[in-house]
Structure formats: structure tokens, C-alpha cells
Ligand binder design. Structure first.
Ligand SMILES: [Zn+2]
Length: 291
């Protein structure tokens, strides 16, 4: 009975197709729904079920904000020299090389010049995947250069923050960036060039304590963690329990710390409208010829 007995000993599996499913799906931490990654990407990385805004990288952010994905980057060649020769679990120089390999960037920010709904802008966008978007000398220098360029060319500035704060591996030199950036923003303010600060998840520490909160307009994405110190440190210091939702965009808006919380889908149009508003002279205002 040949049909009953297998005649060749080996089972031929060469024609069997393997279907790869791993990595195609992602679980939303907020509503616990399983979402197809392609659906998530098509929805600007916002959960289609509960509107949770997933983190996006700096390049996707620039593509989202600037017209037709056309922009020119500048100051991309700067990289940290590891001034303190810092070593924690592993040497800082090694961490830097790893982050540079993973992200294709020299440090945690991209400076770009492009157009937002036809209006020229300078954008500085932080990359959280690069050592937690931490602000060391290079981030500080690049953001300062973006501000100076905005000031010299009288081009509106947009900074998109995504950062754990100052970069501890560069110690006090990274803290000095707070003062450096804040003083060039003061110059930008004096020159009356608009600055829109966009705070995304997360914006904490020295970044919140300096440029992220110094915009002419400070806007955040929904549900973003925004704060200075972490909640546990604050609770231990003030010896009080913190209210629910503390350090989210919505809480900060309700307490007067932000101007608006804007959905990712409306962000570009919102900024365009704001820049147009800031560019329009007040009714009846005549620029004075006498200085
Ligand atoms: Zn969700």
C-alpha cells in the first residue's frame, strides 16, 4: 500500500513558506490595543483607537512640519569631544559612537532650514533616540547657532524638544548650555523674530528649564511628559502626594504653563497660523521712522 507508507524517508519542506509576523504589530501602552505598524505610521504614529501620540524620530518630525519633505540641514558635522573622559557603566565615548551608529546623527539634534506652508523657517529638532535627547555641548551649540541664524536672517524659529535634560556625562559644561541658549534667545526676542517652542514626549530637566519654556508660543503634543525634576524627587522634597496627571501637557495647560496642546495632525497648520499672526502688524500700528 504505497499511498499509506511514505516512500522517501525525508519530508520535503523546501516549498513551505514561512510567514514573518514579528515586528509588524505594536501594542499601544495606553489602550492596550494591538495595532498594525503600517496603520500606525499612516496615522502619523498616533494610535487610531485612543489618540496616544507615539514618539517619532527627528527626521519624521521634520518631514511632518516642513513642506514636501524639502529642507537643508546645517551644522551636522559637530560632535562631542568627551571633555571629562567620563565613564559610568561604560565609557561615554563608547556611548557616543553607539548612538551615532544607531541614529546616523553626530548628536541629539538636527538643524534645518526649509518652508512651513510656504513660509521660510529655521527648525531645530531633538532626537530622543540619541542618549535620551540629552543636551550636551553639541546640542547646546547647535541650538544656539540655529537661534543666531534665525536672528541674522530674521527667519522664524521652531524648536521641537524631546529630551531627558542636560547630559550628565558632560557635567557642568552641559549645564552651561542652559545659560548660553537662553541668552541668545533673549537676543532673538529683542530682534522681534518669532520663536515657537514645541514640547513633545518627554521634555524634562534642563531643557524644560531653559529654551523649551521660553517660546513666544509654547505648545505641546497631547499626553506628553513635561517637567523639571521627576515626581518622586518632588514628593520627597515637598512631602506631599502629587495630583493625578501631574506633569502632562493637559495639566500644564490647565495651570497656565503652556499656551496650547495641539494634536499632531493639526500641528503644522497651527504653527503656520501662529506665524502668520505674529507677522501681521497690529491694526493702526505704523512703524516709526524715528529710531
Ligand atoms: Zn491606544
Amino acid at each position: 500500500m504505497a499511498w499509506f507508507k511514505r516512500e522517501s524517508g525525508e519530508l520535503d519542506t523546501s516549498g513551505v513558506k514561512t510567514v514573518r509576523t514579528e515586528g509588524l504589530w505594536v501594542k499601544c501602552e495606553s489602550c492596550r490595543q494591538i495595532i498594525w505598524k503600517k496603520d500606525l505610521a499612516e496615522n502619523l504614529n498616533v494610535c487610531p483607537k485612543c489618540e496616544k501620540h507615539f514618539r517619532i524620530d527627528a527626521r519624521s518630525r521634520l518631514a511632518l512640519l516642513l513642506d514636501e519633505d524639502e529642507y537643508e540641514t546645517f551644522d551636522a558635522g559637530l560632535s562631542s569631544t568627551d571633555p571629562l573622559k567620563f565613564v559610568d557603566l561604560k565609557p561615554y565615548s563608547m556611548r557616543l559612537r553607539q548612538a551615532q551608529r544607531d541614529t546616523g546623527l553626530k548628536d541629539a539634534v538636527i538643524n534645518a532650514r526649509g518652508k512651513l506652508q510656504g513660509r521660510p523657517v529655521i527648525a531645530s529638532v531633538m532626537e530622543y533616540a540619541f542618549i535620551g535627547g540629552s543636551m550636551g555641548t553639541v546640542v547646546g551649540e547647535m541650538i544656539t547657532r540655529a537661534i543666531e541664524r534665525a536672528c541674522d536672517t530674521r527667519t522664524p524659529l521652531i524648536i521641537v524638544s524631546a529630551s531627558g535634560g542636560a547630559r550628565m556625562m558632560e557635567g557642568v559644561i552641559s549645564l552651561m548650555q542652559l545659560a548660553k541658549i537662553s541668552s541668545s534667545l533673549a537676543r532673538l526676542n529683542k530682534a522681534k523674530v518669532p520663536y515657537v517652542s514645541v514640547l513633545t514626549d518627554p521634555t524634562t530637566g534642563g531643557v524644560t528649564a531653559s529654551f523649551a519654556m521660553l517660546g513666544d508660543l509654547n505648545i505641546a503634543e497631547p499626553g506628553a511628559l513635561i517637567g523639571f525634576a521627576g515626581p518622586r524627587v518632588i514628593e520627597q522634597t515637598i512631602r506631599q502626594k502629587l495630583p493625578p496627571g501631574f506633569q502632562t501637557s493637559e495639566f500644564l495647560l490647565a495651570h497656565g504653563m503652556l499656551d496650547a496642546v495641539v494634536h499632531r495632525k493639526q500641528l503644522k497648520a497651527y504653527i503656520a497660523r501662529a506665524l502668520e499672526f505674529m507677522d501681521t502688524p497690529a491694526v493702526g500700528h505704523q512703524p516709526s521712522a524715528v529710531s
